[in-house]
Design a protein. Sequence first.
Length: 368
Amino acid sequence: MNLSQKPIIPLYKERTFTQKFNDTFDYFGRNWKVYLRMLTYILLPLSMFQALSLNTYMQGMMDIDKINNMSGSDGLLMQFIAGSAATMVFSIIGMTLVFGMTYALMMAYEENKGDISGMTFKELLPKLKRTMLRAATAMVTIDLIAALILLVSIGIAMVSPFLLVLPLFGSFALFIPLSLLFPVYIFERISITEALKKTIVWGFKTWGGIFAICFVISLIVSMVGNMASIPYSILLVMKSMVGITSDLSPIVNSPVYTIATYIMGVLTTFVSYLGYSILAVAIAYQYGHAADKLGDEGITSQINDFDNLANDGRNNSGNNDDTGKNDNTRNNAGNYGYGNGSGYDSNNNQGNTNGKPRFDEIDDFEKL
């Protein structure tokens, strides 16, 4: 059975933990080739730059000779700070690219009735521009919240270190629900403020489900990532052993060894990002579960707005109004916060979109 004959895995569906887990890997089992191809386009160049920074950072931290002699301790401290900052920046960029690309492909998957195997980067680009912008906004929002919590924690620590347990537990409880911010803001046509409010409400109401699926998927992804990083780790350890034995010096200081270490660093970084894309899909299905289970006045009101827009357009053009939408259609049709049916087609003309989500067509939402 080819992909076009298989039933589409719906985004908006109430799921048990097992169903979320199975649908995540079923989705990737069907679409891993296009994901590998698309993610390679945007993440391999980033991984190449990140590996340069990572190699310098790791080799400096594992320089046993310097550590044993405590020579250049100030330099090691600065290298640690610079390396940590660079790793954080690269990780933020990488996660933004992962969520943006993953959700653009999930939109395309829905629009193309489950068959995205032949999709090109050029075809995906209109969606990708929007999802990347929204993913970046969500990432900045989460980073600002993290920075605020850090400042509060520093203030509390200055008063009493024992009180640090409060922001630690509070941040843990908060950042589990905040993982829904990416799908809520990317898939729905709402502002970042509305998305944040909805994320908090849905996130705390489905806190256990978010924690469970994120924990299990993250554990699997981490295990695969750790296995993929074994060759890279071995090369780094051998490099650090030069401070103990000089027998390895001719080998680890050779150009071939340096290039091999760099290539392994690139592959390790790239594989980790591929794993995060699986986590992003699991979070998307958790979001779809929350939306279907809890209902959504935001989506319903948006669908009503689309009905009104469509009705106004038909009244102006002499067409009959749109009727017959039942509650189930409102909750599940028109994925990503859209009504199913009336609206705008790909040429920004009013009409029927035959149930396809309208991600690229409505200019009004470009302002959100």
